[in-house]
Design a protein around this ligand. Structure first.
Ligand SMILES: [Zn+2]
Length: 250
């Protein structure tokens, strides 16, 4: 039922992955459906077009991933400063994020970073080695249709990092954050965005956190060397052959 495989992440870290990519994709899709039922979806055409445009410009540069063929992007109407991407190619952006990610390049840096978590199978990794591993067996059986998803909804969503609204915080680890940063700026660069804007995004996040810290920073903890690490990765990037995508912020 569950697969155990020791593999290598995109940046060469060794990873223990207990679940198949297909099962994780199905779990992501089911959790995303649940969120769409429970949370308010933005019907603002201009905002949706803008977020979709930026997301498309990034996903275009992601090769095929197991378990799904199309990326789906949903804008949630909420003041939360947050965004996520789930296995199965599901991307959620909260309208509150657009006050912090103020330009297309900055929005691309969040989306690129989130997609980095999907590409590098961080949910699978987290679920595989977390205290939720026992529940993981149940989750695997949901994924193959053997159990009722609603019974395990909270734990399934927590394993994907979506537990905030249920009072459970499941932040990613430092190694995973760094890896997503690297994948994110590489994608930004390939797509024709300015990768240096990822640094400005983090400054904006930090500014915002003088009051209540943005939700995004709770699930994506920063660390001392984050900016320096980003800077050194950015200097290693090749010159991009892509023109800047023409996504207009409304
Ligand atoms: Zn992250």
């Amino acid at each position: 039922m569950a697969l155990t495989a020791c593999t290598s992440s995109p940046t060469g870290r060794s990873q223990l992955l207990m679940f198949s990519s297909q099962d994780m994709a199905q779990l992501g899709a089911q959790s995303f459906d649940q969120m769409k039922q429970e949370e308010k979806i933005s019907r603002d055409r201009k905002i949706n077009a803008y977020v979709q445009c930026v997301a498309d410009s990034i996903t275009r540069h992601v090769g095929p991933l197991p378990g799904f063929t199309e990326w789906e992007v949903v804008v949630f109407d909420s003041d939360q400063v947050n965004a996520f991407a789930l296995p199965g190619g599901k991307i959620g952006v909260y309208t509150g994020l657009l006050d912090v990610a103020q330009t297309p390049d900055q929005l691309a840096s969040v989306i690129g970073h989130e997609i980095g978590h999907v590409i590098a199978e961080h949910s699978n990794e987290r679920l595989s080695r977390s205290q939720l591993a026992g529940a993981g067996m149940q989750i695997a059986s949901i994924a193959i249709g053997g159990s009722d998803y609603s019974q395990y909804q909270d734990i399934a969503m927590a394993s994907l990092g979506l537990g905030v609204q249920f009072g459970v915080l499941m932040p990613y680890g430092r190694a995973q954050e760094s890896e997503s940063d690297i994948i994110g700026v590489q994608l930004m660069n390939q797509a024709g965005y300015d990768p240096r804007e990822s640094i400005n995004l983090w400054y904006n996040m930090a500014q915002q956190s003088k009051g209540q810290p943005p939700e995004f920073m709770s699930t994506h903890p920063s660390h001392d060397t984050r900016i320096a690490d980003l800077q050194s990765e950015i200097t290693r990037l090749p010159v991009s052959s892509s023109a800047t995508p023409n996504c207009r912020r409304p």
